[in-house]
Design a protein around this ligand. Structure first.
Ligand code: G3I
Length: 312
């Protein structure tokens, strides 16, 4: 059976993947999504630059396409993402007063989360708010509003779609260090002041052979008592790719899938792409390759068996 069915049989919510306008008409991709995965995240279509390129001017064409694909097939929908410093239009980055930026955040969330109200399983409310050193990232949101921008965003999201699980999401939460510490400390502060937060997303953009401590850190996230999700999993290989590295990748996918099973609060895993052909890794890390479960020609890799064996 499919990865999704097997993870659900273990009492978890989904094994998911991404979709966007570049793949929605590619049958090799959508057939795999249909048969193997139970949740969909839009890779780009729900981001700020795509949905509100100018103030108050909302475009939901691409986002609707992804959302409709998912919901019409009974897939869960993960919303990604409401407040992020990247893929942020210039008109937002230029705001420098508290009232305007607060209203802009609230309106963006009201419109975007409002459009998909009742259809979204979970929203990544804030994404990548910390630097790896544990300092807040110097985004327009933090510069103008300080940490409170996070409370503003979570409160707005809860108000507009009370059924959606609300997540903080980040990368490099898979090893010990200041970033995961800062994330856990922030989560405690948010809860202590009554800000609604339900989950922590660990993106898990990983490198083959470099997963020591992954489970230990996922355990720490789960110890908060919040839901935990692996939200953007991929495990890239330093070029040249060879059979030893692919075998290690198989073990690594097994390790990540088992780690989720070993953390009772881990609700699901989303892999950040179907085929290696469409991965963001190609352009961002040209010296790495082959991060996913299907190769450039949509053939299953041994990495698939790694994820699968963990579920058997
Ligand atoms: O849409 C434009 C298109 O009009 C233009 O012709 C083309 C030329 O470069 O660019 C297109 O935009 C690209 C966009 O993806 C849509 O394809 C951007 O250049 C490209 O930078 C963007 O990359 C995305 C990246 O986020 C941007 O930060 C990746 O697809 C996407 O996989 C990646 O996803 C992020 C998560 O959202 C957050 N966590 C990290 C993860 C990986 O970077």
């Amino acid at each position: 059976a499919a990865l999704d069915a097997k993870l659900k049989a273990k009492g978890r919510a989904y094994y998911g993947n991404i979709l966007d306008t570049n793949t929605v008409n590619t049958a090799q991709v959508t057939n795999i999504l249909n048969s193997e995965f139970g949740a969909i995240t839009a890779e780009n279509a729900m981001k700020w630059d795509a949905t509100e390129p100018n103030r108050g001017q909302f475009n939901f064409g691409n986002a609707d396409q992804v959302a409709n694909w998912a919901t019409s097939r009974g897939k869960l929908l993960r919303g990604h993402t409401l407040v992020w410093h990247s893929q942020l239009p210039g008109w937002v980055s230029g705001i420098n007063d508290r009232n305007t930026l607060t209203q802009v955040i609230q309106n963006h969330i009201n419109q975007l989360a409002g459009r998909y109200k009742g259809k979204v399983y979970a929203w990544d409310v804030v994404n990548e708010v910390f630097e790896d050193n544990g300092q807040f990232r110097n985004s327009v949101f933090y510069r103008v509003l300080g940490e409170e921008f996070i409370d503003i965003a979570f409160r707005a999201a809860r108000a507009v779609d009370p059924a959606a699980k609300l997540y903080i999401n980040d990368y490099n939460l898979d090893y010990a260090g200041p970033k995961i510490n800062a994330t856990l400390a922030l989560v405690e502060r948010l809860r202590s002041r009554g800000t609604p937060i339900d989950g922590i997303g660990s993106q898990a953009h990983l490198i083959v052979g470099n997963l020591a401590g992954f489970e230990e850190q996922l355990v720490r996230l789960g110890q908060t008592g919040l839901d935990v999700a692996i939200t953007e999993l991929d495990i890239r290989i330093a070029k040249p790719v060879d059979s030893n590295k692919l075998a290690q990748q198989q073990r690594d996918y097994e390790l990540v899938t088992r780690a989720c099973l070993n953390v009772p609060k881990c609700v699901g895993i989303t892999i950040w792409g179907v085929s290696d052909r469409n991965s963001w890794v190609d352009s961002t890390f040209p010296s790495y390759d082959s991060p996913l479960l299907w190769d450039d020609n949509y053939n299953r890799k041994s990495a698939y068996n790694g994820a699968d064996v963990a579920l058997n």
